[in-house]
Ligand binder design. Sequence first.
Ligand SMILES: *Cc1c(COP(=O)(O)O)cnc(C)c1O
Length: 382
Amino acid sequence: MNKHTFQNIPFIDVASQRARLGSAVDAAVKRVLDHSLFINGPEVAQLEERLAAYCGAKHVISCASGTDALLMVLLAKSVGPGDAVVCPSFTFCATGEVVALRGATPIFVDVDEETFNVDVVSLKKGIALARKLGLKPKAIIPVDLFGQPADHDAIGEVANAEGLFVLDDAAQSFGASYRGRKLGTFGLATATSFFPAKPLGCFGDGGAIFTNDAEFAGILRSIRVHGQGNDKYDNVRLGMTARLDTIQAAVLIEKLKIFDEEILARNAVANRYSESLRDIVGVPCTANENTSVWAQYTIRLPADVSRSAFATSLRSHGIPTMIYYPIPMHRQIAYSHHPVVGCGLPVSERLSTQVISLPMHAYLDERTQDLIIASVRSAVRD
Ligand SMILES: *Cc1c(COP(=O)(O)O)cnc(C)c1O
C-alpha cells in the first residue's frame, strides 16, 4: 500500500517526493552510472551554476555536508585559537561545533523570542564579552532557523562596525528571502545543507557554500580538495576531502526543478496551521519582509501545557512531533565550558522547554492537516 494511513503520518515525507520525481531521478542517476565520473562529474558544475542562478550568488562551491560548508569557511579565514566567533545558542549543534573544532571559542548569545533568530542586542554583548576575555572576535554566524532569515541588515551593520565577517548558516533555509533578496548573498559566505530532511535535500549528505568574492571562492575550491594548487599534487594549504558526489548533484538538479512549487506547498500548510492554531498556541512569527521555506513548523506551547503530555496525545492520533531543540548549545556537555553573555540565555532556555514542531512537508494533504489541527486543539484543551 502506497498511501499512508492516519496511523502512519510521516514527520517529513521524503517518500511522496520520491514517488513524484521517480523516473526523472532514476534517469539522472543512471546517466551518472553510465558515464561513471563519480567524482567531479559534469553534474557537479551544472548544479553549482543552477544554484548560483537560483539565489543570485556569484560563486557556489558544492561540498560534502552543511557542516563541512561551515568548517571550510572558517578554515579559509584561518579562524583558530585565540579567536572568538559569536553565534546563537538555540540552534543545531553544528553551528558552534565547527568553531570549537577549529580551536576557536564559540560565544553563545540569545535569540529573539518571536522569530527564534539571533537577538542583535545579545550579539553586541557577545562581541564585547569576547574582547573582555582577551579573545579576538573574528566572525558572526547567524542562523536562519527553521527556514526563516535572520535580521541580516542589522547583523551586517554590527559586523561592519566591529570589523567581523559574517558566515550565514542557512542549512535550514536555502530558498528563503530577506527583504526581497534570496539567502546566499548576505555576508562573506553562506553555508547550506542538502541533508535529506532539509527543504532542498539530496539522497545522502551534501552541502554548498555561496559567496560573491571570486578570490575567496578559489580558496574554498582549493580547500575542498586537500588545499590543492595548480594541480592535484601541488598542495598550497591545508584542506579537506569535502566534495559533493556526482550522483547527489544529479539528484539535486532534478529536485531543484520542483523546489519553488514545494516551497509554495509548504507555505500553504504553514498558513493553514497558523490560521487554525493562533488562538491557542504560539504560532511562528515570520518577520514582515521575510519569506520562509518552513524547514520546521515550530509552535510554542502555553507555559501551563505539559509538552510531553501534548506529544503523547498527538502520538495517540498517529501524529509524530519533534523537539528542536530540547537543550540549547550552551547547556550541552560538549559546549558548556564556553562563554555565554550575561548570566545565562533566558530566551533560549525558555524556548527549549516550550517549543515543539509539527509535521511539515510539501505533500501534507488537507485531510491530514485537519487531523493534526484538531489533535493539537484537543491536546492543548485537555
Ligand atoms: C543541518 C544543519 C547543519 C549541518 O548540516 P549537515 O549537512 O547535516 O552537516 C548546520 N546548521 C544547521 C542550523 C542545521 O540545521
